[in-house]
Ligand binder design. Structure first.
Ligand code: NAI
Length: 302
């Protein structure tokens, strides 16, 4: 058996009726996991469909000899998230892996912001990920084991014109994963983020067929979902055969004399040194950053 086998493991993949999620679900099943294939169906902008494509993916998994069940719960509500996790526990007895992949797009420039669209995008991506993860996290804590895989985007990590709602929700997902990597660590729960680049219906106008396919991303997701996964608290970019780590670094910066408050002029004068990324650290928590300031900061009296 491969050390990356997911035999006996139970995985939930949200938004797995098509695109990247479908391929994640198929590859997790191929690796041995029993999979809850979740999808509400609908168009890229989230307009609901009469039928969910989840059952068709379940049939694909069964045709491979795997075990799967469909869920048509929406991730956009607290109750949808609870119901989805309940389905996994009632049918397969546990939740080992959660891939928070469901997503919609409603792009427009910030100047033309529509608050309903902003809310809908946050409901599916950031709140949606939290709606499913909270009940799954409780189940994983009880088991003393879990693998959380969140899906972000380079629109969130680096920014992209026209994607204020999407980019802010996707950046928020990284914050959520970072906190859960810390909160889940002592209960055997690992939490990581994947930023995919792949040709799906969401991106078919950007990438030609063949070079950046969902299959180029799935191996990383299966690795992060496996017991052998040796990382937590990380963000990865995967697409077109390139696999990279994305990280938030803290430059060495400039320290004002005696830690005195800097004036605006001081900041302007030292901006180059403040922004210089030749020397940096990658703190693994807020406490890590504060530890770097220990010469300058004194804790409050208890
Ligand atoms: P897709 O549109 O094929 O997949 C998204 C799936 O989520 C759809 O099947 C949709 O029905 C489902 N979904 C939407 N709202 C839902 C809800 N409320 N509850 C449950 N399911 C829901 O698009 P794609 O490209 O496969 O996207 C998958 C994820 O990857 C998304 O989170 C997307 O933002 C992210 N992503 C994709 C990139 C790409 O290059 N394709 C780039 C960066 C991020």
């Amino acid at each position: 058996m491969s050390e990356l086998s997911l035999d006996g493991r139970v995985a939930i993949v949200t938004g797995a009726g098509g695109g990247l999620g479908r391929v994640y679900a198929l590859e997790l099943a191929r690796a041995g996991a029993q999979v809850v294939v979740n999808d509400v169906g609908g168009s890229v902008d989230g307009a609901a469909a009469a039928e969910s494509p989840a059952q068709a993916v379940v049939e694909e998994i069964e045709a491979l000899g795997g075990k799967a069940i469909a869920s048509t719960d929406t991730v956009a509500t607290v109750e949808g998230g609870r119901s989805l996790v309940r389905t996994a526990v009632e049918r397969f007895g546990r939740v080992d892996v959660l891939v928070n992949n469901a997503g919609i797009l409603r792009d427009r420039s910030f100047a033309k912001l529509d608050w309903d669209d902003f809310g809908a995008v946050h409901d599916v991506h950031l709140r949606g990920a939290a709606h499913v993860t909270q009940p799954a996290f409780l189940q994983m804590k009880e088991q003393g084991y879990g693998r959380l895989v969140f899906v972000s985007s380079n629109a969130g990590t680096f920014g992209n014109f026209g994607q204020a709602a999407y980019g802010s929700a996707k950046a928020g997902i990284i914050g959520l994963s970072n906190v859960l990597a810390i909160e889940g660590g002592r209960d055997g729960i690992l939490s990581n983020v994947v930023c995919p680049i792949a040709r799906t219906r969401m991106t078919e106008s950007i990438f030609a067929p063949g070079t950046a396919e969902p299959e180029h991303v799935a191996g990383l997701v299966v690795y992060l979902a496996s017991e052998a996964c040796a990382v937590t608290h990380q963000v990865f970019s995967a697409g077109a055969g390139r696999y990279s780590r994305v990280f938030t670094g803290l430059s060495e910066g400039w320290v004002s004399p005696d830690g005195a408050p800097a004036s605006a002029e001081d900041v302007a004068r030292h901006l180059e040194q403040i922004c210089d990324t030749q020397r940096y650290t990658v703190p693994q928590s807020a406490a890590d950053e504060l530890a770097e300031l220990s010469d300058l900061l004194e804790p409050a009296e208890a």
